[in-house]
Design a protein around this ligand. Sequence first.
Ligand code: NAD
Length: 284
Amino acid sequence: MIDKLAIIGVGLIGGSLALALKQAGAVNHVVGYARSDLTRQEALALGIIDEATDSLADAVRHADLVFVAVPMGAMSAVFEEMAPHLSAHTVVTDGGSAKAQVVDAARTAMRQQMPNFVPGHPIAGTEKSGPSAAFAELYQQHRVVLTPVDETSAEAVRLVEKVWQTAGAEVFCMGVEQHDLLLAATSHLPHLLAFNLVGMLAQRDDCDEVLRYAAGGFRDFSRIASSDAVMWRDICLGNQQAILELMKQYRQGLDQIEQAIRSGDGDYLIDVFIRAKKARDSRF
Ligand code: NAD
């Protein structure tokens, strides 16, 4: 049982963890930090948090667990501001979508507290944001990756693992670099493809006409293009190296497909499509 949980950034990711732990009866008191009064009032009204504050110091003081769930670009400033107010026993974790940048920021701001810092990433989400997007079931049967670093204590990892399991998730541990490469491939690159395609179509004069005839496939593929712009800017800039590597590979594949279409090489296209279909059908 967690006595005091501090949620820093009461949106989809932070709010959903608070709701899941409350529903499981695993937390006594949830304090939410948000900069805007509107967000604080909304989070209180929705029963996500028991207490709202615009002071990071008040939010984390005497907390047993602090969950930082702000856009990645804001993490460094949040860590700096809250570090002096953390108790010796307070465990800190985060939900940032790329880990190397978050770990660097934590090492700079929370050098002394690093044994109590457990970098994490719930592989769950929707294209919606803010407190009203949060729901208790978000993490059920989803994976959460923890990327403990050399300094992280085993005790802190155990607590964070237990918390995510209580929220219904399956927890895995891996290295920071491996995490960032895997997520660039399965999440970051697909989001960029969707943003680019929908953005490209939106710039056409006949955009309305084009989209009027969009079928289910386009709707499925384009759903993630409705995700939050700030969050995705921060992910792209925060996982630069891995994303650029994956974009290079993707561009090579697209060039080969273009060449096959140009030269009428149907066999090549069949090979590519069958390989992709087999890979997908065997896993999902
Ligand atoms: P969200 O927009 O729903 O919530 C973010 C919260 O942070 C909001 O309450 C916002 O007011 C607050 N915030 C924004 N800028 C801030 C700042 N500069 N200082 C303090 N607070 C600020 O976003 P979310 O989807 O909950 O994402 C939160 C984190 O979780 C991000 O780091 C994101 O990379 C990560 N994440 C998101 C998803 C997803 O699918 N949405 C999945 C996994 C991880």
